[in-house]
Design a protein around this ligand. Structure first.
Ligand SMILES: Nc1nc2c(c(=O)[nH]1)N[C@H]1C(S)=C(S)[C@@H](COP(=O)(O)O)O[C@H]1N2
Ligand SMILES: [Mo]
Length: 302
């Protein structure tokens, strides 16, 4: 998704159908497929089975990351984020909200029910993972903070500390990293503020101590290491949208029929899989979330 320098959109992540055919042909030719020595690849377009959503191993989830404040390489966040100071951590709440303030994180979340959620995560770069999170519902926190009558959007700003984050020295994005949701999206019960992963406290490379996960949207909507939550009347100006408005929309709902200008979004590579799989509208969460967008043109509002 990087627009000024693309180190992480590897050609392996945008393997074409032609390459797919070649692999299949090769398997056939070597007789491996017929001999039952390899699991027959699922054909593109066939429905994923229940097994296909098994959690991506912990080691992969915590070493293959996008967190540009710690470097644009997938391995750099795990290498560079370990020393991130997580305590004290404050979150400033402002804008059109009845309980503004700068809160200690513990205080902000105290008493909110902690839930476990295993979510697919589809990066706009056409790879995906399945991640077991725990955390609090963003909707529960918003109820506590009481948005004002004019609030229609929620903006999230993430940590911008050059002393701790070597990637900030690069001009790869305009910092701080800002993301946002419409208020009704933010209140949807799938929108999670994650504070844990695989039953452990969240690791810095995954956005400790608190990050957003919005499983029906591309991964970049989930800002890591949040320090500010602002309720606004107008649509927040978000980092990736500002960087490449034709490539990264505000909505960023996973949608196989809306291509990125530089690659198709029809398929994805699930980390650990040999072959690509079809990408699902709303990342497979359409039954729950499609109603948020009824009457909206998803091609215009990508
Ligand atoms: N602050 C911040 N948040 C971020 C990013 C980032 O570079 N900086 N990358 C985003 C992108 S592109 C993705 S795909 C997810 C990756 O989350 P993960 O590394 O925990 O799987 O984090 C998102 N949140
Ligand atoms: Mo991403």
């Amino acid at each position: 998704m990087l627009i000024r320098r693309p180190p992480d959109v590897r050609s392996s992540e945008i393997t074409s159908e032609a390459q797919y055919q070649t692999r299949r042909e090769w398997l056939k030719a070597t007789g491996l497929l017929a001999a039952g020595l390899v699991v027959p690849p699922r054909l593109p377009g066939s429905a994923p089975g229940p097994d296909d959503d098994k959690p991506t191993p912990f080691d992969v989830v915590t070493t293959y990351n996008n967190y540009y404040e710690f470097g644009t390489g997938k391995d750099e966040p795990a290498q560079n984020a370990g020393s991130l100071r997580l305590k004290p951590w404050t979150v400033t709440v402002d804008g059109d909200v009845k309980r503004p303030g700068t809160y200690q994180l513990d205080e902000l979340l105290k008493g909110l029910p902690v839930v476990d959620r295993v979510y697919r995560m589809r990066c706009v770069e056409a790879w995906s993972m399945v991640i077991p999170w725990n955390g609090v519902l963003l909707g529960d926190l918003l109820k506590r903070l009481e948005p004002g009558s004019k609030a229609r959007f929620v903006e999230f700003t993430t940590l911008n500390d050059p002393k701790q984050m070597p990637g900030l020295a690069s001009g790869v994005l305009d910092w701080p990293y800002v993301e946002g949701l419409r208020l009704d999206e933010a209140r949807h019960p799938l929108a999670l503020l994650a504070t844990g992963i695989y039953g452990k406290p969240l690791l810095p490379q995954n956005g400790a101590p608190i990050r957003l996960t919005v499983p029906w949207k591309y991964g970049f909507k989930g800002g890591k290491s949040i320090v500010r939550i602002r309720l606004t009347e107008s649509m927040p100006k978000t980092t990736w949208n500002l960087a490449g408005p034709s490539e990264y929309g505000f909505y960023a709902n996973v949608n196989p029929t809306v291509s990125h200008p530089r690659w198709s979004q029809k398929t994805e590579r699930r980390l650990g899989d040999f072959l690509k799989r079809p990408t699902l509208l709303f990342n497979g969460y359409g039954e729950q979330v499609a109603g948020l967008y009824s009457g909206m043109d998803l091609r215009a509002n990508y």
